[in-house]
Write a protein that binds this ligand. Sequence first.
Ligand SMILES: Nc1ncnc2c1ncn2[C@@H]1O[C@H](COP(=O)(O)OP(=O)(O)O)[C@@H](O)[C@H]1O
Ligand SMILES: [Mg+2]
Length: 415
Amino acid sequence: MGNCFVVKIKAENSTDSANSTWGASSRNGSKSTTEYSNSNPSKAMSLSSVSHTPRSEGEILLSSNVHSFTFNDLKTATRNFRPDSVLGEGGFGSVFKGWIEEQTLSAAKPGTGTVIAVKKLNQDGWQGHREWLAEVNYLGQLSHPNLVKLIGYCLEDEQRLLVYEFMPRGSLENHLFRRGSYFQPLSWSLRMKVALGAAKGLAFLHSDKARVIYRDFKTSNVLLDSDYNAKLSDFGLAKDGPTGDKSHVSTRVMGTYGYAAPEYLATGHLTARSDVYSFGVVLLELLSGRRAIDKNRPSGEHNLVEWARPYLTNKRRVFRILDSRFGSQYSLTGAHKVANLALQCLSMDARCRPSMGQIVSVLEQVQDPKDLPKPASTGAGTNGKSGKKVKSRSLEAIMSVKVEYPKPSASPLYA
Ligand SMILES: Nc1ncnc2c1ncn2[C@@H]1O[C@H](COP(=O)(O)OP(=O)(O)O)[C@@H](O)[C@H]1O
Ligand SMILES: [Mg+2]
């Protein structure tokens, strides 16, 4: 593909190939115009970086900073996994609401102590022990304001459970797509806040210290606290990023149809830029209020990306994909900026996709000032103490570069 801004970044950066997130420049410490130089998630976290040496199950469980619960503890804490306390369901099983004592972590009376969410492996589900262990491995080591906190796990006979902090507003999926009085349509400014929070979570995972590919970024895996701060959960499919000079990891193709990057679907080659593609899909869902895949729409509109792409490339038509529930509460400039960002994330050529650090910087620019944290803790997009925006001009220039529109027939999703 010809004209995409990563070409420029590559020239300034290094000779590294598709995955410039973990390219040579980040390893040898030289400063580049990309990546995390101006988004420093490490400021906001208490980090224990991920161990990338293969570890046995025992080592993972021993070294994780989380509590080991008995099955009985969790049975009591959730009132015997009461069906009316189900918070959500996924491929792994059901998630139940429960209560534990703050200090001892033993089961507490409902309504007292700390609220928890307990994910219980569905014993005839397709996911299993491997995904459970991946969650303990990653969430047991990583800590960041935009990742859900893992409190503990239970491993007993056939039982596999995970215990997380409770996220009072549930998943982004529910807020975007559930109809009903509890779920009011999310405003433009809240959607931008959620997008920024989720982007910071992914930027942290992609940072040199964590080097993790999330692999299952979608609205049901983005959870919201009472203040609409977004946190990534569900690390069952997460993978260590490539090491050495490798640009990708080769894996079995897993993830969710409609969100997975086309080159990953076609080759099984997984890079951090596969997550960026999925982020672009979620950005489109936020802009449009439509699901990534929706068979109930008229034919030609089932696949959100394929339907929206022609509108994204045209400044005058972009408003046609915007959620009608926004009314007039968004600025057209902001909408253009985010639509253009989504388009970049959805580039068919992975090298043309921005890094998560760049995405954070662009999303910082479209925030409602009252939703932004104070400059000192803002981290990404500001230069620390002064809180001044840095590099916004060059990013502006970057984001306005026209991208060649890939022909729909080139998409493996059509194969
Ligand atoms: N910590 C939590 N707080 C509140 N709701 C949660 C929490 N964790 C999960 N859920 C709900 O359960 C759903 C499934 O959880 P998830 O971890 O994605 O499971 P799976 O691995 O089965 O996909 C989420 O989409 C959300 O609605
Ligand atoms: Mg899930």
